[in-house]
Design a protein around this ligand. Structure first.
Ligand code: GRF
Length: 217
């Protein structure tokens, strides 16, 4: 069976990209990463992609006057590479409602909080300031509003006394690297899919094992 062609959009170091590259290297993974696009020419993730032999494109948002023009360039690269699924992984540009709707059901993101709590930026600092005791990460479909959209899976971690931003971010990131490939696999295998405003799952999906704190294989 042909493997789904995936593009990963990044802006930075690309540790989540790496977890997707590693997962896609498994022979039974139902997708292949065909393209990595960065809006920042110096994103560390570009090197990870090149090292894995994946095509890379830099689409620098600063070269475009409007968001629509920037997205048209992204769409052109996606079309050329025959991409049919997009993973945002630390992609720091807000996408337009038009882009989200064109890719509806085929565009997902990972966010380092248990959404709908703590959407937006500076999440780790804000969680520590708020004194929450449980933090985590969320993989969700992208909709017109930032960090919203139907939730696919989540992983929780404790916030411990003495945590600072770095310690908490590292604990969450460890879970991100398990959750993102697990959710992507479920979607590509059509065991999880978007239905209206919700995500529905096959009966075979083990909620505690795949959608909530997935184990490392
Ligand atoms: C991750 O924490 C992700 O959840 C957020 O941005 C960060 C990207 O990190 N959206 P990396 O570039 O994948 O290492």
């Amino acid at each position: 069976m042909a493997r789904t062609k995936i593009a990963v959009l990044i802006s930075g170091r690309g540790s989540n990209l790496q977890s997707l590259i590693d997962a896609a290297a498994e022979p039974d993974f139902p997708g292949e990463i065909a393209l990595v696009i960065s809006n920042r020419p110096k994103a560390g993730g570009l090197e990870r992609a090149s090292k894995a032999g994946i095509s890379v494109e830099v689409v620098d948002h600063k070269s475009f006057e409007t968001r629509e023009d920037f997205e048209a360039a992204i769409n052109h690269a996606l079309k050329t590479a025959k991409v049919d699924f997009i993973c945002l992984a630390g992609f720091m540009r807000v996408l337009t409602a038009g882009f989200a709707s064109d890719w509806r059901g085929r565009l997902i993101n990972i966010h380092p909080s248990l959404l709908p709590s703590f959407e937006g930026l500076h999440v780790h600092e804000r969680m520590i300031q708020a004194g929450v005791k449980i933090a985590g990460c969320t993989v969700h479909f992208v909709s017109a509003d930032v960090d919203s959209g139907p939730i696919i899976g989540q992983a929780a971690v404790p916030v411990l006394p003495g945590d600072n931003e770095e310690k908490l971010a590292a604990r969450i990131l460890e879970q991100e690297h398990k959750l993102y490939p697990a959710c992507l696999r479920l979607l590509l295998e059509n065991k999880a899919r978007l239905l209206g405003a919700n995500v529905i799952y096959d009966d075979t999906v083990v909620a505690t094992g795949e959608l909530i704190n997935p184990p490392t294989n």
